[in-house]
Design a protein around this ligand. Structure first.
Ligand SMILES: *[C@@H]1O[C@H](CO)[C@@H](O)[C@H](O)[C@H]1NC(C)=O
Length: 162
């Protein structure tokens, strides 16, 4: 069998491997397990995207004004000027961040957001903003239960060691 024949055989195989790999890795982002994601985010909340703002045409990143429904974690972290429009909305930045796999929303989307307060080096642009820390999650009973389970696990450890 000539090498040309081998190529015809192997090429579809390699393409298949490539497709499977790229499906798994989503390019440059990598998804950590939920427990790690919950640990890294000081705030986890459910909310609905009301408005998309500050679109960066170069990096394709943007911020959103989000109406908060419920804090699954870190309610006390979110206070003062971070709260907008009478207290039930926040600004979340970092959408479109290529390190985050599921990083896109549209107005009206309701999601679970894993966020942190914007660190000081990102001020003044992101002052009083929360920043997306890992992938957006759809709101399903199962997802909510899994996130709550992670949060409660931490609280229990905390009380046990206190
Ligand atoms: C998420 O937060 C952690 C700190 O808890 C930080 O080290 C990490 O860089 C953040 N990830 C992103 C994508 O901002």
């Amino acid at each position: 069998m000539g090498s040309a024949d081998k190529k015809t055989i192997y090429w579809p195989l390699w393409s298949l491997v490539f497709v499977l790999l790229s499906l798994r890795c989503h390019g440059s982002c990598s998804e950590k397990e939920l427990e790690r994601r919950e640990e890294e985010a000081n705030v986890v909340l459910t909310g609905t995207v009301e408005e998309i703002l500050n679109m960066d045409p170069v990096h394709n990143t943007y911020s959103c004004k989000v109406r908060v429904w419920r804090y699954l974690k870190g309610k006390t972290v979110v206070n003062g000027e971070v709260l907008l429009d009478g207290g039930n909305k926040v600004m979340i930045g970092g959408f479109g961040d290529p390190h985050i796999c599921d990083n896109q929303v549209a107005t009206g989307d309701t999601r679970i957001f894993f966020v942190n307060l914007a660190p000081e080096y990102m001020w003044p642009i992101h002052k009083n903003e929360l920043l997306l820390n890992s992938s957006l999650m759809r709101i399903t009973l199962r997802n909510l239960e899994e996130v709550e389970h992670c949060v409660e696990g931490k609280e229990k450890d905390f009380h046990d060691s206190a």
